[in-house]
Ligand binder design. Structure first.
Ligand SMILES: [Zn+2]
Length: 70
């Protein structure tokens, strides 16, 4: 199952292994969101590329805030 990204006003657990979700503060800029996501993924042992963030399956992960309106 792919890692999912969600934003929240307050982050209590950045990584939830039960739901496979990374939670980042909604107040972060897109750049900081990417950094935060990469940091969590790296801690999970998933090697990150120079730019952006990837799931353990290799799929690109995009913070909800920079995905644009859906
Ligand atoms: Zn995946």
């Amino acid at each position: 199952m792919c890692v999912r990204i969600r934003t929240a006003a307050r982050v209590i657990r950045p990584w939830d292994s039960d739901t496979n979700e990374i939670t980042i503060p909604a107040s972060l800029t897109p750049e900081d969101s990417a950094l935060a996501i990469r940091a969590v993924l790296s801690e999970l042992g998933i090697r990150q590329p120079h730019e952006g963030a990837i799931c353990w399956c290799g799929a690109r992960l995009t913070p909800p805030s920079i995905r644009g309106p859906s």
